[in-house]
Design a protein around this ligand. Structure first.
Ligand SMILES: Nc1nc2c(ncn2[C@@H]2O[C@H](COP(=O)(O)OP(=O)(O)OP(=O)(O)O)[C@@H](O)[C@H]2O)c(=O)[nH]1
Length: 599
C-alpha cells in the first residue's frame, strides 16, 4: 500500500527550535507507525505500513525520505539532527540553519534572514513539492514565542504564498506558553505579532499551550514536577499522528484533514479549532487508563484533558470531529456519543448541526519505546470549533493592550533590539533610533506599537466572534466596543479593513432577530405581540438588524440555515419567505423605537 487516492501529500515545515524538536518527536513516531528504520529503510521482514506516500517519498533504493523541511536560525538543533540517530533518514537538503538565533525578537526573525535562509528554504520546498503530482499541503509546526518560530515563519509563508498562490493550503500546529505565568512579555509580543501577520496565510490553525500540556503531564502521566519538553513533544507527536492518521492508514469511518476543513470550519474566519487527545498514560501505569469508547470520549471533553488553556464547560461547540484509533466499534462510538448527549456533557450552538463528525482508523496509537508514554489499544482525538477559545484570544489581547497603553519601555527596548540585533530587553538606551527601525516591520508601514494595536484589535474581534456563538458576518468580524471596553474597530482581513474603519454593530443571530414564540403551522415564528422590545434583552436589541446590509446578512443566514447541514428544528425556525422578512423588519423597527425611548 503506498498511495491513498483520497489524500493529498503533506509537507511538514519545522521552524525554530521548538519546531525542530517537536519535528524530531513526530518523525520518530511516524517512522515507527510506518515500519521505517532510522536509516530510512523499511524494517526487514516487515513491509512498510499504510499509505506512506502522504508523508514519505520513497526512492528507487527503497529509502524513505520524510516530506519535511527543518529550518532554524540557530544551528544547534539542526546540527543535532545532522549527527543524531536519524541523520540518514533526512537528506542534508532538508536541514537548513543559519549562524545565530533571532534573539527572541519577531521583527528580527521576520526581517534578518530574508537574504540568506529564506530563498534556500523556498527552493527546498519547491524541490520537495515536485516529488508529488499535486501541490502538497503544508503543515507548519512551530512555537510562536520565539523570534524564529514566529517572525521567520510568517516570512516563509509569505514567500510560499507568492510562489504557489492559493494552490498551497497551509495548516499549522502552533505552540505557545499559555496564559499562565509561564509566558514572558517577549513571547506575548511575538505571539501577537505572529497571529496577526499570519492570518491570511493559514487555513486551519491548531493552537496548543505548554501550560495545558504540563497540566496534562501531571494528571495523565502522573509526572508531578518531572515533565520536560521531551514529554510535551511526544504528546504533540501523538496528536499530530492522530490528526493525520486517516491520510496514512485505512479506516472504517473517514475523517481526514479535508473532512475536518469542511465539517469543523463552518466559516473561514473560524479556523482555530481546539484539539485534545485521550487517553495519555504513563508506560508504568498501563491498564489503569480508561479503555472503553465511552470512557475515552468523556475524558477528551474534560477540562484537564485539553492541550490548550480552554475550559469546554464555558461555551458551546460550533462544529466538531472525533477521530478514534484502534479497537473501537462503530456501535460503541455511537453509544459514547449518545451517552455524552444524554448526560448533557456537550452543548452545540443552535445554528450548527448538533453532532460530531467521526472517524475510525484501524491502527491503534503507538508509542516510542522508552518514551515514558504508553501505547494503548484505543484513543480518541477531539477537534472542535468551540466558543471557549475566545478566552485565549481575549487574554492575549488584553495583556497586550495594557502593555501598549502603559507606554511600556519594554516595547522601546524591543524595537531597539530589532534595530541593533541585540537581545530583546537587553538595553533601554537609544530609544530614538528604535523608532525609525520599527517603521518597517516585515515590510509594512507602522511601528511596533501600531502593529500591536492592530493585532490586539484583530484578536479581540476573533474573541468576540467566538464568544458571541453566532455565525460571523460574510464580510468579516465585528465587535461591540462599548460593552467589553474593547477596541474601536476590528480588522478581519486586508479587504475588510476599510469597512472596519467605521464602528460596526454587533452581528445578527437568529434568536436576536426572531424571539422564539409558539409554533404556528409547523414553523416557530416570531411572536410579534409578546416580543415587545421591553421584553427583549438589551444584547438582542444591540444585535437587531437596523439597515439594509444587515438584512442582507439576515438573508444570507437564512440561506445557510436551509443547507443540508442544518438540523430540522433549525430549518423550521428559519424565515423562509418574504412575509417572514417583513415581520423581521417590523420587529426591528419596533425594537429600535423602544430602545430610543428608553434612552
Ligand atoms: N513544546 C515545546 N515548546 C518549546 C520547546 N522549546 C522551546 N519551547 C517553547 O518555545 C518558546 C521559544 O521558542 P523557540 O522555538 O525556543 O525559539 P525560536 O523560535 O527558535 O526563536 P529564537 O530562539 O528567537 O531564534 C518558549 O515558549 C518555549 O517555552 C520544545 O521543545 N517543545
Amino acid at each position: 500500500m503506498s498511495f491513498n487516492e483520497n489524500a493529498r501529500p503533506f509537507l511538514t515545515l519545522h521552524v525554530g527550535q521548538a519546531g525542530a524538536q517537536i519535528g524530531n518527536a513526530i518523525w520518530e513516531l511516524l517512522c515507527l507507525e510506518h515500519n521505517v528504520q532510522k536509516s530510512g529503510l523499511a524494517k526487514p521482514d516487515c513491509p512498510s505500513n499504510g499509505f506512506y506516500d502522504a508523508m514519505f517519498v520513497r526512492n528507487q533504493n527503497g529509502h524513505f525520505m520524510p516530506r519535511s523541511i527543518f529550518l532554524d536560525t540557530d544551528p544547534t538543533c539542526i546540527d543535532e539532527i545532522r549527527v543524531g540517530p536519524y541523520r540518514e533518514l533526512f537528506s542534508t537538503r532538508q536541514l537548513l540553519s543559519d549562524s545565530a538565533d533571532s534573539g527572541f525578537n519577531y521583527m528580527r526573525g521576520r526581517r534578518d534572514f530574508r537574504r540568506n535562509l529564506l530563498p534556500e528554504a523556498v527552493e527546498r520546498f519547491r524541490w520537495l513539492s515536485e516529488k508529488s503530482d499535486v501541490t502538497p499541503t503544508a503543515f507548519l509546526v512551530h512555537s510562536t514565542g520565539g523570534g524564529t518560530g514566529s517572525g521567520l515563519s510568517v516570512s516563509y509563508l509569505e514567500e510560499l504564498r507568492s510562489e504557489f498562490d492559493s494552490r498551497l493550503q497551509v495548516l499549522e500546529l502552533s505552540v505557545s506558553s499559555g496564559n499562565s505565568g509561564l509566558q514572558s512579555t517577549c513571547e506575548l509580543v511575538n505571539s501577537m505579532l505572529y497571529s496577526y501577520e499570519s492570518k491570511d496565510y493559514t487555513s486551519l490553525s491548531f493552537s496548543v499551550t505548554n501550560s495545558a500540556m504540563f497540566n496534562l503531564c501531571r494528571s495523565g502521566l502522573s509526572l508531578y514536577g518531572g515533565a520536560t519538553f521531551a514529554h510535551l513533544n511526544r504528546m504533540l507527536a501523538m496528536c499530530f499522528s492522530n490528526l493525520t492518521v486517516m491520510e496514512r492508514f485505512p479506516g472504517t469511518m473517514m475523517c481526514n484533514i479535508a473532512n475536518i476543513c469542511s465539517n469543523v470550519l463552518p466559516f473561514k474566519q473560524l479556523k482555530h479549532p481546539i484539539v485534545a487527545c485521550a487517553p495519555f498514560a504513563a508506560a508504568s501505569a498501563v491498564g489503569k487508563e480508561r479503555s472503553s469508547a465511552i470512557g475515552i470520549t468523556s475524558a477528551v471533553m474534560e477540562p484537564d484533558g485539553q492541550l490548550a488553556d480552554v475550559d469546554l464547560r464555558q461555551g458551546k461547540h460550533m462544529a466538531g470531529a472525533l477521530i478514534y484509533r484502534g479497537a473501537a466499534k462503530t456501535a460503541g462510538i455511537e453509544q459514547a456519543l449518545l451517552s455524552l448527549r444524554e448526560r448533557g456533557r456537550v452543548q452545540f450552538v443552535d445554528w450548527a448541526p448538533s453532532s460530531f463528525k467521526t472517524g475510525l482508523s484501524e491502527l491503534p496509537p503507538l508509542a516510542v519505546p522508552d518514551s515514558g508514554i504508553a501505547g494503548l489499544p484505543l484513543s480518541v482525538t477531539l477537534v472542535s470549533n468551540h466558543s471557549a477559545v475566545a478566552s485565549l484570544f481575549r487574554g492575549q489581547s488584553t495583556a497586550v493592550r495594557k502593555l501598549v497603553e502603559a507606554g511600556s519601555c519594554f516595547l522601546r527596548s524591543y524595537e531597539t533590539s530589532a534595530a541593533n540585533g541585540s537581545e530583546a530587553g537587553g538595553g533601554l538606551e537609544d530609544s530614538g533610533s528604535s523608532q525609525s527601525a520599527g517603521h518597517n516591520v516585515g515590510g509594512r508601514g507602522g511601528n511596533i506599537v501600531g502593529l500591536l494595536q492592530e493585532a490586539s484589535d484583530h484578536l479581540e474581534g476573533l474573541a468576540h466572534v467566538y464568544s458571541s456563538e453566532l455565525p460571523p458576518t460574510p464580510t468579516g468580524q465585528k465587535a461591540n466596543s462599548e460593552d467589553s471596553g474593547g477596541p474601536k474597530r476590528i480588522v478581519a482581513s486586508p479587504m475588510s479593513r476599510a469597512a472596519a474603519a467605521k464602528p460596526r454593530r454587533a452581528s445578527l443571530g437568529r434568536e436576536a432577530l426572531f424571539p422564539i414564540g409558539p409554533s404556528r403551522s409547523g414553523r416557530v415564528q416570531a411572536d410579534e405581540e409578546s416580543a415587545t422590545p421591553s421584553k427583549v434583552a438589551s444584547v438582542q436589541q444591540e444585535a437587531a438588524p437596523t439597515n439594509d446590509s444587515d438584512h442582507r446578512r439576515c438573508r444570507n443566514w437564512t440561506r445557510r440555515a436551509k443547507s443540508p447541514l442544518c438540523s430540522n428544528s433549525q430549518r423550521e425556525a428559519a424565515p423562509t419567505n418574504d412575509s417572514d422578512h417583513r415581520r423581521c423588519r417590523n420587529w426591528t423597527r419596533r425594537a429600535k423605537r423602544q430602545w430610543a425611548l428608553q434612552k
